[in-house]
Ligand binder design. Structure first.
Ligand code: AHR
Length: 531
């Protein structure tokens, strides 16, 4: 057992947390849409064909925003294919995923579904095969109230009121050699500027995200953001970041067939720090562009694709044969270790709440998803579902600056890293303060003391859970859906503003306290316990 200390002070906030930090991603690929969220004929399907079991799990996940319809799919997508009577919709080859797209789900089905499960849509426009003209037409179709051909077309398609979509992505990963109609930074920056200009003429209330690099290790990383923002700084609100965590030592652009070496679990967990560094660097580049223009405008960050993805990342996982419909792509099965990493990354996103205003776990179902389904059958929560759902539930209010004192380990890239990883969010409205803590020591329990300065002595524990499994490789399956799930965390003492607890080795812990004098709407919620 080792001792660790976490100190926060209500007088030292980082920033109010934007709830859009708990977004998710739905792409037309693999089984994310078809046999994921949508499966007419499934025993739980609604009249539109959306699966009720997946909708219920999505609500439980608590995601606030959903990015749609891609991803790489976006760069070859014609939005017109997905609207109007379903029987008339074209069937297309999707060049991004070597699949056949039936277009049975499109804008007017997806947006009401997303809103019905509590998510705000974040749409993307195709800046691969298409450009500014289609983007402004799509926006007019989606958001213009009526009186023009496109808005009346939407109304004739059964959607009388405008969808009022506020968040828009200007293309996807335009630096990636895999992208349909990849562009140089200058080419993309120009098109992003002109597209954004037109879109804001159509609807000045929207916010736009420009594509940053596809990954932290892209050869053009840094220079890409600089050039792109140099062009489109005035018209965009966000720049995007994408990261897929890997246990393989394999660069994003490694030649096909490279045999990867596997890293240690500690090194795997050190990607939490890499994420923080990535955010700091993109902020630095964006602010350097602002400085050159003598501008006080601050470009915010949209971390709109992130997750663990390394097992299902080669061969048939990426490139099916024979142009199938809804093939099994990227069906990564997550284990305990992945859930711990996801928890740690969530603390990093929260601790950068001053600049990261949108983030999307990629994706929602089956395709690197927190939810898995069987076609025609069951749906269940993967391990990573849990830290995300907990952060989405309790990530309310203002993030406080965490001061961490903890023994740690040596990482080849980052040097000495503490075993204790934490974020603290304080919600003055409800009186709750939640402490999110990862003990990433693989061997020892943590004797943790948390000083909650300025939060008042009359606190009680509202909910406390731990996510731990003796086997870091344990997974959830349809037959054992709750093998890795949060259980009640006992033994917490609160003495004035000081909280003490012992945390298991390799565990993710969420402790919510509230002021005893305040009621809270979640007060009746209990930790789900499993055997
Ligand atoms: O999420 C899977 C794919 O990863 C997305 O389509 C793409 O944007 C990224 O490379």
């Amino acid at each position: 057992m080792f001792q660790a200390h976490l100190t926060v002070d209500r007088d030292f906030p980082i920033a109010p947390l934007d709830r859009r930090l708990f977004g998710i991603f739905v792409e037309h690929m693999g089984r994310c849409v078809y046999t994921g969220i949508f499966e007419p004929g499934h025993p739980t399907a609604d009249e539109q064909g959306f699966r009720g079991d997946v909708a219920a799990l999505t609500r439980e996940l608590g995601a606030t925003v959903v990015r749609y319809p891609g991803g790489n799919f976006m760069s070859g997508y014609n939005w017109e294919d997905g609207v109007g009577p379903r029987a008339d919709r074209p069937v297309r080859l999707d060049l991004a995923w070597y699949s056949t797209e039936t277009n049975q789900v499109g804008t007017n089905e997806f947006i009401p579904w997303a809103r019905s499960v509590g998510m705000e849509p974040m749409l993307g426009v195709n800046l691969g095969t298409r450009g500014p003209d289609e983007a402004r037409h799509y926006l007019e179709y989606v958001n213009h109230p009526g009186g023009t051909t496109l808005s009346e077309q939407r109304r004739a398609h059964g959607t009388d009121e405008p969808h009022d979509v506020k968040l828009w992505c200007l293309g996807n990963e335009m630096d990636g050699p895999w992208q349909i109609c990849r562009k140089t930074a200058a080419e993309y920056g120009r098109i992003a500027l002109e597209t954004g200009k037109l879109m804001k003429m159509v609807d000045p209330t929207i916010a736009l995200a420009a594509c940053g690099s596809s990954a932290h290790d892209m050869p053009t990383y840094g220079a890409w953001e600089d050039t792109v923002l140099e062009h489109c700084f005035d018209v965009v609100d966000y720049v995007s970041l994408h990261t897929y965590f890997t246990k393989y030592r394999l660069p994003t652009l490694a030649p096909v067939g490279t045999v990867p070496a596997t890293m240690s679990t500690e090194e795997y967990f050190a990607q939490i720090e890499t994420t923080g560094k990535f955010i700091d660097e993109v902020v630095a580049v964006a602010d350097a562009v602002a400085a050159r223009r003598h501008s006080s405008k601050r470009i915010m960050l949209s971390f709109d694709e992130w997750n663990v993805w390394y097992r299902a990342r080669h061969g048939e996982h990426l490139k099916p044969v024979g142009w199938p419909q809804a093939p099994r792509l990227l069906e990564e099965v997550y284990n305990t270790e992945d859930a711990l990493l996801v928890g740690g990354v969530l603390t990093t996103l929260m601790n950068h709440a001053d600049r990261v205003k949108v983030a999307c776990l990629a994706q929602l179902v089956n395709v690197i998803g927190p939810i898995m389904t069987e076609p025609g059958g069951r749906a269940w929560r993967q391990t990573i579902f849990h830290p995300f759902a907990q952060a989405a539930k309790w990530g309310l209010g203002t993030v406080l600056r965490p001061l961490v004192r903890s023994p740690g380990f040596q990482d080849p890239r980052h040097g000495e890293l503490p075993h204790l990883v934490a974020s603290v969010v304080d919600d003055a409205d409800s009186g709750t303060t939640t402490v999110f803590v990862l003990n990433r020591s693989l061997d020892e329990e943590m004797d943790l003391t948390v000083s909650l300065r300025g939060l008042g002595p009359d606190r009680v524990v509202l909910e406390a859970t731990q996510l731990h499994h003796a086997d870091l490789q344990a997974t959830n399956t349809a037959d054992e859906p709750d093998k890795v799930a949060p259980t009640a965390l006992a033994g917490i003492t609160l003495d004035g503003e000081t909280l003490r607890v012992t945390l298991k080795r390799a565990s993710w812990n969420v402790i919510t306290t509230r002021s005893a004098s305040r009621a809270h709407p979640h007060a009746s919620t209990q930790a789900r316990t499993t055997g």
